[in-house]
Design a binder for this molecule. Structure first.
Ligand code: SF4
Ligand code: ZN
Length: 308
């Protein structure tokens, strides 16, 4: 909790007495608006450097959903001097897609950067239709097509890196779920950088050490207009339950989430990847030529079911 008269920790070191507006318990920092924004941006830069995510010469594509995380990420990276364009997939989820697209388009205009838009309805089918036809949960079909089109678009347009807005809360919830199930294959791949490999572009998560709340504060203080409600299909996802549970833990013990995540990366991830067992071999999909573990990739199989 921020005390009423608290002063900004950084201003104090400079002999100034600016009022703090944000308190970050796990970092024991009270900050004014200006220093909060620069703290946030430096933290992102540090994460990029720590994991050697990309350089200023590389062409980066940021996956934009219209939500606070992806727009904040696009904003920070642009401010830090990286060459970043946006990529938005219109999922065709009614009002949610209309509103989120509008936010993404307006933001691109505001920062004067190109935004590429891909319409799922013309490529394959909308998410509600895919859910119906494939008999799979919406999020599972959505994850498959988003990964596929993002990777394909980046490759076809010579982008070298794909950056996504996954934050610490997202990563910790996934890590928690994978640990509960001891899903070693997923745990082995849970790293903020997925290197380029056989047809896949390098993928990075520069916000992986920043909480959802911290991004929300940054977006608010930076005047970023984002979609404030969730996709209707997000309701009931187990990751939301994990997030609620972890938030309670964090409230009692500030820093728990960051510790759980960073210690996993430091201590567990290297052990899991010690023995370089051959992963399932990737081959080229017989129809579209994209990397796949089966003769026909999952998107082409979905297309066959849809009849396109
Ligand atoms: Fe797609 Fe599910 Fe996210 Fe909605 S909640 S955008 S359906 S992954
Ligand atoms: Zn295919």
């Amino acid at each position: 909790m921020l005390k009423k008269q608290a002063k900004c920790t950084i201003c104090k070191t400079k002999g100034l007495k600016n009022k703090a507006i944000v308190y970050l318990p796990q970092h024991r920092l009270a900050l004014c608006k200006e220093h909060y924004i620069s703290w946030f941006e430096k933290r992102v830069q540090k994460t990029i450097d720590e994991f050697k995510m990309f350089s200023k010469n590389e062409k980066i594509l940021v996956a934009v959903s219209g939500g606070k995380d992806s727009l904040a990420l696009w904003n920070v990276l642009t401010k830090l001097g990286y060459k970043v364009d946006g990529f938005y997939i219109n999922l065709g989820i009614g009002e949610y897609s209309q509103d989120s697209k509008e936010k993404a388009v307006n933001f691109a205009r505001k920062i004067n950067r190109p935004l590429h838009i891909l319409d799922l309805s013309t490529e394959i089918a909308t998410i509600p239709k895919l859910k119906e036809i494939s008999n799979r949960p919406a999020c599972s079909a959505c994850g498959t097509v988003k990964r596929y089109y993002m990777n394909k678009f980046a490759k076809d347009n010579s982008y070298e890196v794909i950056a996504t807005g996954h934050n610490l809360d997202d990563e910790v919830a996934v890590l928690f779920g994978n640990t509960l199930r001891w899903d070693i294959d997923y745990l082995k791949r849970q790293y903020p950088v997925l290197k380029e490999e056989e047809g896949f572009i390098k993928k990075v998560k520069p916000l992986c050490k920043i909480t959802e709340k911290e991004t929300a504060i940054y977006s608010f203080l930076s005047d970023i207009d984002y979609i404030e409600y969730e996709c209707p299909f997000a309701e009931g996802a187990s990751s939301i339950e994990y997030k609620e549970f972890l938030a309670k833990l964090e409230e009692k013990h500030p820093g728990t989430k960051l510790q759980f995540y960073t210690n996993f990366l430091k201590r567990m991830y290297p052990i899991l990847n010690e023995e370089k067992k051959e992963d399932k071999k990737l081959i080229k999909c017989k129809i579209c030529g994209e990397p796949s573990t089966n003769e026909i990739c999952s998107v082409c199989r979905l297309k066959q079911r849809v009849g396109v």
